[in-house]
Design a protein around this ligand. Structure first.
Ligand code: HEM
Length: 534
């Protein structure tokens, strides 16, 4: 079979006339130009653009890793993390070499501000607390969040991923739901979930008083899942639970995907994992739509909206004074509800898990915390004012958040050209803010930075560092600081108080200390604790 030529096409188009040379040029020329254009765009995206940006930064003295086509440092990071995960670590709090081995080495070699490669994109690591604070403060709107929108849609968009006016509007609407006054009204829900957890633990005793072993990582995921289902959806608690179970599966599937995300269109590949993620996403959205539409009708009819996050959000949306086209739509509310789970459930269970592990390693602090709790509440249910006054418990939680920050790193991107620490960054540069490295920096926290010393927080957060500088960012900083931080601290205090009132705990011989960074800072092999009834 002969190859088609431009002439033949010319003949067919021109009804028998001999084809002229321009038709042949058109036939070959247009596709060739299209292919060249696509190749140029790909080269610009994967090679020329990144090299230009990196060159501009290196020209100002920034050092870092060399670009390796096409995935940058991602494969090396995956390899180093896998290697670190293969070995447990001694039961101490110097966890950075295990949790972020490559990041630690890069910063050691190239300094606190240095270049790494996230796939084809240069990313500057900024491990200087003052610079991190400036970036997160975002005074002049020079930074935006670095989110992968395609993945975001499968997990949750919502407040955490928006920018500009949309973010400001959603933050205004959501803020009232997290006011202390509203949280106070959620306390009975926190308390009920904690009591149910204690009842579950008691049922494991099966009539004996003897010690028993539990994986508290699982227990706290159940607890915080219950708390967020109850506080987000109130009476629709059981449907909420189903939604959050699906969300949990979704999170596991996303983690499997993330290492391939630099491959263009990877999410559209017909893999089993991709198919299940899309199915889950549809089911979650369908269930949420049902709950939201029912509740929206009730709010519009002036019925009680309820004290749960959904009701408060719908009420605040209706009272916002915004014209109806600027209020949150059902789609918007769906994304915010999905986000509550991701932002609020896992982070708090991580905090509680490491708190029990650390208090098992440091029984003297467990004892001090119990004394404080018993003198504040005896065996009664903890109340809002009492919880707000706890000093030792707060110091302990802060020290755990410092050593084991649930969100290990934060990221941003320059939106406009900007100077940071004497370096001019063009627009579009990714920034990685390694909270865990800053929290473990001996120059900032002193030689004992890797030790558990809650007393460093005795005079408050601002006096906790050696240098008196702000270097404690477990909830972020600036306008995008965690909207749920008071919610999380209240929930963690309530759970810890109830546990201290009822049980003494220590590490099980089967426990292996193995923190690792998944979406948040997980215990790789669970957290087996032995509990003894008091
Ligand atoms: C110990 C528990 C928690 C930790 C450590 C934590 C940590 C964080 C951090 C570091 C950020 C800032 C992210 C950034 O700047 O890129 C953030 C934002 C956020 N958190 Fe939390 N969080 C916790 C609990 C919660 C809870 C309980 C909720 C809700 C029920 C929540 C909802 C959010 C939301 C909606 C945002 C986005 C705020 C915005 O962009 O305006 N978080 N969280």
């Amino acid at each position: 079979m002969e190859e088609a030529t431009g002439m033949e096409v010319g003949v067919s188009l021109e009804a028998g006339k001999p084809a002229a040379a321009p038709w042949g040029m058109l036939y070959y020329g247009v596709p060739a130009l299209l292919v060249l254009g696509a190749l140029y765009r790909a080269a610009e995206r994967c090679w020329l653009g990144p090299r230009r940006v990196a060159g501009a930064l290196q020209g100002q003295g920034l050092r870092g890793t060399a670009y390796r086509f096409p995935a940058g440092d991602l494969p090396e990071n995956a390899r180093r993390s896998k290697e670190a995960r293969a070995k447990p670590m001694p039961p101490c709090h110097d966890i950075v070499p295990r949790v972020a081995p490559l990041l630690q080495d890069i910063v050691k070699e190239y300094g606190n501000v240095c270049i790494t490669w996230f796939g084809t994109t240069p990313r500057v690591v900024i491990a200087e607390p003052e610079l991190v604070k400036d970036i997160l403060s975002n005074k002049f709107g020079h930074f935006e969040k670095f989110t992968l929108k395609s993945l975001g849609k499968l997990i949750a968009l919502g407040l955490a991923s928006y920018e500009g006016e949309k973010w400001a509007r959603h933050r205004r609407i959501l803020n009232p739901a997290f006011h202390l006054e509203k949280l106070k009204r959620m306390l009975p829900a926190f308390s009920m979930c904690c009591s149910e957890m204690i009842d579950r633990w008691d049922s494991k005793l099966a009539g004996s008083d003897g010690p028993f072993e539990l994986d508290i990582w699982q227990e706290f995921q159940n607890l915080t899942g219950d708390v967020i289902s109850r506080t987000a959806f109130g009476s629709s608690f059981m449907e909420g639970r189903r939604i959050f179970q699906l969300q949990e599966e979704q999170a596991d599937r996303i983690i499997k995907t993330i290492q391939y995300i630099y491959i263009p269109g990877y999410l559209y590949f017909p893999t089993e994992n991709n198919r299940r993620m899309k199915e889950n996403s549809r089911e979650i959205e369908g269930l949420l739509r049902g709950i939201i539409e029912k509740r929206s009708r009730a709010v519009e009819n002036g019925e009680l909206s309820g004290d749960d996050l959904l009701g408060l959000m719908l009420k605040s949306n209706m009272d916002s004074g915004e014209p109806s086209n600027l209020r949150m739509s059902t789609e918007d509310v769906i994304e915010e509800c999905k986000l509550f789970y991701f932002a609020g459930m896992e982070t708090t269970s991580v905090l509680l898990t490491w708190t029990l592990v650390v208090l098992s390693m440091h029984p003297e602090w467990q004892h001090r915390a119990r004394e404080e709790v018993l003198s504040a509440f005896g065996r009664d249910k903890p109340n809002f004012d009492g919880l707000s006054r706890l000093k030792t418990v707060t110091m302990i939680l802060h020290e755990v958040l410092r050593l084991y920050p649930p969100a290990v790193t934060l990221s941003r991107r320059t939106f406009k050209e900007i100077q940071i620490g004497g370096i001019t960054y063009p627009a579009g540069v990714g920034l990685e803010l390694p909270i865990i490295l800053i929290h473990h920096n001996t120059d900032v926290w002193g030689k004992d930075a890797h030790e558990f010393k809650p007393e460093r927080f005795a005079e408050g957060i601002s006096k906790a560092t050696k240098t008196n500088q702000q270097a404690f960012f477990p909830f972020g900083w600036g306008p995008r600081i965690c909207i749920g931080q008071n919610f999380a601290m209240l929930e963690a205090k309530m759970a810890l108080c109830v546990i201290l009132q009822n049980f003494e705990f220590q590490l099980s011989p089967s426990y292996t200390h193995a923190p690792y960074a998944s979406v948040t800072l997980h215990p790789q092999h669970g957290a087996q604790i032995i509990l003894t009834r008091l």
